[in-house]
Design a protein around this ligand. Structure first.
Ligand code: NOJ
Ligand code: CA
Length: 546
């Protein structure tokens, strides 16, 4: 597909975590064939872009985020030919193809690393970050990796440590090495030529490690110590100019935002880095700190930082987070209402909505009975560290259940047949038992389903530029569970109200006249008149007020 400048603003992006989406060959693992089979489903939903989690060859220590060969497809997922069929079939339906690029690190099985670790003199010697031990033979500094343990691993052949901000099987690339950068850009050019429309770029805030004295050497977590340094922005600009910008390919960086300026650097048009950014927050921090009040503060802050020429990814779910209806909504009594409310929230906020697979069905968290049933490296490390800190097995399991990334990685619930119609074989990760009730087949026959609600929102966006380009203004109290805002473009103004609680709330706005103003809601009848709306549990509504 050829792209005009700014085409990305019109996208609704659907994230596919392949391993769990649809198994096309009956081995219990999702794959490209399965994705091809489900393109009509995506088309019916109405999305116009698919971001696929990494599909490249990988030993899967971190499910594809450890790449051993960027030029080939992981055998379990299929072949390059399958990928090309997917690309063509997606394009035929007007669906853009967005690939995941993992460029902060490779797998330790990648040939560059295999060579690099052999000696200090080989051609790849400088492709990774090697440092001598300190005088007692210990690691160069106190940094810990994201998945626990030291961020440094010793290699006897080189008598040096290499840096890994994630698992030890994910050595960090050395972006200060010009040759490494050129090889990285060649990877992107290879996929550009294959007709990719855009990229989601993984863990991109740590390219410049600042080991020459600019990073924080007291800070324990490596990714915090070297986040957002100057060189990172310089390297992103270089990459964007050489690879994404010439053909207006869409780019979204997964980034860490600590200050407003970080947000501007990564995603304002002027800074020439990414088209938009996905801010990363650790699930455990999100679980412990989120509240509707905090959401309101963040909305205001983001909008102020980016309103001039910034763009932003809007999402509540991805493969690293708990299921949104379980975290921000209510996956019991108000499951359906709250799943719809969260959908309306994401789709009516300024900038680009991302839908994570299964979210459009209101899929929920899972609770496996034992740690052995979990797959996620982060969950397993977390469980072990709780045990070694003296927690009981029950407590360690309970906490691991709530933070586990497997909550969002359970197989897609297509229908109520065995294994939820995901596969004919026992899946790599257990199916959530609620698939008998929550599944796509059911919801496609039901006009009031969560799926149909998503479909309506996506259609509404296509028909109403106010949802894409409208000015945004919060119009609710800073306190309490009601989040309300207006979106306005030329003569049109929409008022959008959400009740993030089970309790009834009332909301006042001078332009509320009657229920006839309502464009969409998750209740059959809306109670609003004379300047006031009465909101039931998790009620959401869009009303036209001008
Ligand atoms: C962020 C990805 O989303 C996550 O799944 C992965 O573990 C890390 N980056 C490391 O690549
Ligand atoms: Ca398969």
């Amino acid at each position: 597909m050829r792209h005009e400048k700014d085409w990305y603003k019109e996208l609704v992006i659907y994230q596919i975590y392949l391993r769990s989406f649809k198994d096309g060959n009956g081995d219990g693992i999702g794959d490209l064939k399965g994705m091809i089979e489900k393109l009509d489903y995506l088309n019916e939903l109405g999305v116009n872009a698919v971001w696929m989690s990494p599909v490249y060859a990988s030993p899967n220590v971190d499910n594809g985020y450890d790449i051993s060969d960027y030029f080939s497809i992981m055998e379990e997922f299929g072949t390059m030919q399958d990928w090309e069929i997917f690309r063509d079939e997606a394009h035929a339906r007007g669906i853009a193809v967005i690939m995941d690029l993992v460029l902060n690190h490779t797998s330790d099985q990648h040939v560059w690393f295999q060579e690099s670790k052999k000696s200090r003199e080989n051609p790849y010697s400088d492709f990774y970050i090697w440092k001598d031990p300190v005088s007692d033979g210990g690691a160069p500094n106190v940094w810990m990796s994201v998945f626990g343990g030291s961020a440094w691993e010793y290699v006897p052949e080189r008598k040096q440590y290499y840096l890994h901000l994630f698992a030890k099987e994910q050595p960090d690339l050395n972006w200060d090495c010009l040759e490494a950068r050129q090889k990285i850009f060649d990877i992107i050019r290879f996929w550009n030529e294959k007709g990719v429309d855009g990229y989601r770029v993984d863990a991109i805030s740590y390219l410049d490690k600042g080991l020459d004295g600019r990073a924080d050497f007291q800070e324990k977590i490596g990714t915090v110590a070297c986040v957002n340094l100057e060189g990172t922005h310089r390297y992103i600009r270089e990459m964007a100019a050489e690879t994404f910008a010439p053909d207006h390919l869409m780019s979204v960086g997964e980034v860490n935002i600590n200050h407003e300026q970080d947000a501007r650097n990564y995603s304002s048009a002027k800074s020439s880095e990414f088209n938009m950014a996905i801010p990363f927050v650790l699930p455990i921090v999100e679980i412990q700190t989120w509240s509707p009040e905090k959401m309101k503060r963040d909305l205001e802050k983001d909008y102020q930082a980016l309103k001039e020429d910034g763009w932003w990814a809007r999402f509540l779910s991805n493969h690293d987070k708990p299921r949104q209806v379980s975290l921000y909504g209510n996956d019991g009594l108000y499951w359906k209402e709250s799943a719809k409310m969260l959908a309306c929230y994401i789709h009516t906020l300024p900038r680009t909505p991302f839908v994570y697979q299964g979210e459009e069905l209101g899929m929920t968290n899972v609770q496996y009975d034992s740690i052995e049933e979990y797959d996620d490296i982060d969950t397993k490390n977390y469980y072990m560290s709780m045990l070694s800190n003296g927690a009981s097995k029950e407590d360690a399991l309970a906490e691991s259940q709530s933070i586990s990334r497997d909550n969002s990685r359970t197989p897609m619930q297509w229908d109520d047949s065995a294994y939820a119609g995901f596969s004919t074989h026992k899946p790599w990760l257990g199916v959530n038992p609620n698939y008998v009730k929550i599944n796509a087949a059911n919801q496609m026959q039901d006009d009031t389903s969560v799926f149909r609600f998503y479909q309506k929102l996506i259609r509404l966006r296509k028909e109403n530029p106010v949802m894409i380009h409208g000015h945004f203004a919060l119009c609710c109290s800073k306190e309490g569970p009601v989040i309300a805002y207006t979106r306005s473009l030329e003569e049109v103004t929409w008022l959008i109200i959400h009740n993030f609680s089970e309790e009834e709330q009332s909301f006042e706005h001078e332009k509320i006249q009657s229920a006839e103003q309502v464009i969409l809601s998750n209740y059959d009848e809306v109670k609003m008149e004379n300047g006031q709306a009465k909101l039931r549990a998790y009620e959401t509504l869009i009303a036209r007020i001008e």
